[in-house]
Design a protein around this ligand. Sequence first.
Ligand SMILES: NC(=O)c1ccc[n+]([C@@H]2O[C@H](COP(=O)([O-])OP(=O)(O)OC[C@H]3O[C@@H](n4cnc5c(N)ncnc54)[C@H](O)[C@@H]3O)[C@@H](O)[C@H]2O)c1
Ligand SMILES: [Zn+2]
Length: 356
Amino acid sequence: MNPYPPGAYRPPNDRWGPFSRLAKRLPEGSLAVVDRTVARLHPDLIPALKARAPRAIVQLVGGESAKSFTALEKVLAAGLSLPRSGTLLAVGGGTVGDVSTVAAHLLKRGVRLVQVPTTLLAAVDSSLGGKGAVDLTVKGRVVKNPAGVFHYAEESWVCPELFSTLSPTQVREGSLEAWKMVISLDAALFRRYVRKPPALEKLVKDARGLKERVCAKDPYEHTGLRRVLNFGHTFGHVLESVSHFKLSHGDAVGLGILLALDVGRHLGVTPEPIAAQAEAALAEGPGVLGRERVASLLRPAPLKDIVTLLDADKKAGAKGELRMVLLTAIGSTEVRDVAPETWRALWPSWTKGVRP
Ligand SMILES: NC(=O)c1ccc[n+]([C@@H]2O[C@H](COP(=O)([O-])OP(=O)(O)OC[C@H]3O[C@@H](n4cnc5c(N)ncnc54)[C@H](O)[C@@H]3O)[C@@H](O)[C@H]2O)c1
Ligand SMILES: [Zn+2]
């Protein structure tokens, strides 16, 4: 008997292989939620699912709009007759994965979830760690992820052939999130990667291992230990917002890491050679965009908008300081409250596109 109730934290159970082979593991009568683009680009996928006599196959258009109550309702309606012992299979990127996670949590108060991440970002990040969420539109503005759950996948299927249709930008995006974990969590792996850049599958395997190591210590985000995964995200979110989300999340995080390294150096937390090493590795490995991109995004942004964005991100601090993850050495970090004077001092360099 499975000792874990559906959705409860469990050590991950990753299966690697072609989708056509792994699909044979799917119990008959399951509910499948599939990214429509993935289904189109991989024409064998739907037939492989149909061979398992699913209750329904719901196709969603991948992208942030998949994380809507409308899409959630569509999935829930298709799963009405799914028994509590049933399985929901999510095939897609982070958006399809997130809405499916919420649906799996709600259907019959929790059914088995199997994740098949099809973007690199989903493979290294969003399909792990139990989180799912949908977005809300408040006064015409989309608020990301306010309605969310923890519901851990019982299995994840990593099917490398599905990554073959990703664009170079999508690959870079996922790689940057993976390198974020390597730089902040594992010095030995970092040294190996710098000597020889990893193949994509190795990067996925390693990043999944690293994220899991963090989540295992704090599966429901109670202790703050998972905060380390936010390395690069404070100013990453700012850049994403001021670009009106034209800059992808992964690219924003890559640039956000450069800015976090600057903050760390300014405060004497990140030693100069460490920051230089990390920055060079991000340029040579995943190919972080350049500082001129930071400048072009920040220069036209009114400072008061930046303050508002940072206020929204501010996690604590009695005086409203920013709480940032800073690198102390390769593979280790420290959470620091950062006063506004700190980033304001770096602002002139950031808007000129030069390293402070
Ligand atoms: N739950 C978590 O812990 C967590 C963590 C990080 C991010 N997220 C969420 O993940 C989402 C972003 O995920 P994403 O980047 O995977 O976005 P996504 O799901 O929107 O996918 C991006 C695009 O790639 C397409 N696509 C998917 N697989 C493909 C493939 N194999 N080949 C070609 N195209 C493919 C999709 O149709 C979509 O257009 C955000 O909503 C974010 O909030 C969640
Ligand atoms: Zn991220």
